[in-house]
Design a protein around this ligand. Structure first.
Ligand SMILES: Cc1ncc(C[n+]2csc(CCOP(=O)(O)OP(=O)(O)O)c2C)c(N)n1
Ligand SMILES: [Mg+2]
Length: 554
């Protein structure tokens, strides 16, 4: 077997069913020959975003794989890899390289050199024997510790070289480690002594599949729960102890509880300081911090109780420690905690009701979101936002009830990421409704891959808020908008989607929204991707309480 065939065989052993690719890379052929379906996208970024969703949807058990050609293919891939790096998503990236003889000749683009800062590991193989240990290392690195993309560059003259000997490759594992039991016990004591404890859930809970342990621990402790955008859907938001999720925008109870908490327990969270997430005040707060990455401890918040390890193991240990201290009995705090959440969130929701039920034209995006929650079977829907307004409009109001049914992101926020995520989610879960919600600036970045949905029968539902503008930027660009219309955009995307072979509707009136959503969902059930274009208002209002990515609260 040659390098390309060995690589395909290893991918297969690692559970790869689909290879996301953009030609030309010889791995595409060897993968197809080995029974792995190549999915050819319209630009590299989308292939990476799809691979990313495959990894996320399996909690990293199946690591998504992407391959591309040397030079332009690799150059064009940077955004997709950087996004996965910032979100901590495991990926295997296999760029083709130049022949060894010219690998270092300028101005050739070296993947090895250029991807150093957006990968956990980047290697170039120069002998055929290296491919097996390189893949073993890459998969192990991608899956363990803080997950992330690992890259192996294969020079063009190496793919066809025979790999000597017989292939000896056992699939790699995710191995777990647990925190110091003495620290877990101290953390349990601190949580029990807390006046206003708060549980903050990050995406480590998804990767550890620690959802049942989280629920059990929360119900014993009787503490309120919020999540990061990445951790959203790790705790059911219809649970009485749920505050909702935090990002740039959030329900009032999230903001208020973050201010008031005396002990914060972050589980599966990095606590990375970001304008796209909850900003935790640190004065007068004690932080208990469970993360898989020791480098997160004391990174942005001072950690009193570091619990470094797998979230599932940690939560089980913590439950036992709490159980022992509480003699197995909850203290009956739930009614008071729930009353306080309601006190804060009920008036907040009332304040937003007019937007969620608005009959206005141009449409309120909130009305579309509220109607989508009615039209969709939320438990069996996987939804993702896009960068900017759709994220800040969707995340406080979408209430996921099942794990991994919301793909949240926000460490970096590439416009157009949501489409590939919804496509990858649909590949992973063909039986679910997979939705991306985006704006007309976002569709300009990656929209052409709606054609990939049609061609490869990936029937997602795409919800487009078209306000013919980068509305979010208008207030930041008043002079260029006034003088040169710099924030305007144009286009009729329903016509465009139909021309590509998708189902589409252009919706201008509020009384058409629900009907259009139902038609779109029906089309996806019949195997046709749907793009619903809602003509929405440029007037922007978000449920923000803290200084967000623009440095101001509104
Ligand atoms: C690749 C990339 N470039 C720039 C940005 C900055 N950005 C965030 S939102 C946005 C405009 C969003 O406009 P649109 O999607 O139409 O949503 P609207 O605010 O109009 O609802 C821009 C330029 C980004 N997130 N990603
Ligand atoms: Mg817009």
């Amino acid at each position: 077997m040659n390098v390309a065939q060995v690589t395909a065989e290893i991918l297969k052993r690692e559970g790869t069913e689909n290879l996301f690719a953009y030609p030309l890379n010889p791995l595409t052929e060897s993968a197809a020959a080995a029974g792995i379906r190549p999915i050819i996208v319209r630009q590299e970024r989308i292939g990476l975003h799809m691979a990313d969703a495959v990894s996320r949807m399996s909690s990293g058990e199946k690591v998504g794989v992407f391959c591309q050609q040397s030079g332009p293919g690799t150059e064009n891939s940077f955004g997709g890899v950087a996004q996965a790096w910032s979100e901590g998503v495991p990926l295997i990236v296999m760029p083709g390289g130049y022949p060894r003889s010219t690998a270092w000749v300028k101005p050739g683009f070296s993947a090895l050199l250029n991807f150093q800062h957006v990968t956990k590991s980047a290697e170039m193989i120069t002998t055929p024997e290296q491919i097996v240990p390189a893949l073993r290392r890459a998969y192990t690195q991608a899956r363990n510790g803080r997950p992330g993309p690992c890259l192996i560059e294969v020079p063009a003259d190496m793919w066809n070289v025979d790999v000597p000997g017989t292939l000896d490759y056992v699939p790699t594992q995710r191995f777990r480690s647990a925190p110091d039991p003495a620290l877990v016990d101290k953390a349990a004591a601190a949580l029990i002594a807390a006046q206003r404890p708060l549980i903050y859930v990050g995406q480590g809970v998804h990767y550890a599949k620690a959802w049942p342990e989280l629920l059990k621990m929360v119900e014993l402790l009787e503490a309120p729960v919020t999540t990061s955008l990445e951790g959203k859907s790790a705790f059911p938001e219809n649970h009485p102890l749920s505050l909702g999720s935090g990002g740039v925008s959030m329900p009032r109870a999230v903001f208020q509880h973050v201010q008031d908490a005396d002990v914060v327990f972050g589980v599966g969270a990095s606590f990375t300081a970001t304008g796209f997430g909850i900003q935790f005040p640190t004065r007068n707060k004690v932080f208990i911090h469970n993360t898989i990455e020791a480098g997160d401890i004391n990174k942005n918040i001072p950690t009193a109780h570091p619990l470094v390890g797998d979230s599932k193991l940690t939560l089980a240990m913590l439950y036992d420690a709490l159980h022992e201290r509480l003699k197995g009995r909850p203290r009956g705090l739930t009614p008071a905690v729930v009353a306080r959440i309601r006190e804060q969130n009920a008036p907040w929701y009332q304040q937003w009701r007019p937007y969620l039920t608005s009959d206005d034209a141009p449409l309120s995006p909130y009305r579309v979101i509220a109607d989508l929650m009615q039209a969709a079977d939320v438990a069996n829907t996987i939804i993702t936002h896009d960068a900017g307004s759709p994220r800040d409009e969707l995340s406080p109001f979408w209430k996921p009830v099942t794990p991994l049914s919301y793909i949240g992101w926000g460490k970096t926020t590439q416009l157009g990421y949501g489409l590939g995520l919804a496509m990858g989610a649909k590949i992973a879960h063909p039986d679910r409704l997979c939705v991306n919600v985006w704006g007309d600036a976002a569709i300009g970045m990656t929209g052409m891959d709606f054609e990939t949905c049609v061609r490869d029968r990936i029937p997602i539902l795409s919800i487009l808020f078209n306000n013919h503008a980068m509305a979010m930027e208008i207030r930041n660009m008043p002079v260029s908008t006034e003088r040169y219309h710099s924030t305007d955009i144009s286009g009729n995307y329903a016509d465009w989607a139909r021309a590509l072979g998708g189902y589409s509707e252009r919706v201008t009136r509020a009384d058409q929204i629900l009907h259009a959503l139902r038609n779109g969902i029906e089309a996806t059930k019949n195997g046709q991707p749907a793009l619903l274009e809602f003509i929405t208002t440029r007037t922007k209002i978000y449920s923000t309480f803290q200084a967000g990515y623009q440095g101001k609260a509104s």
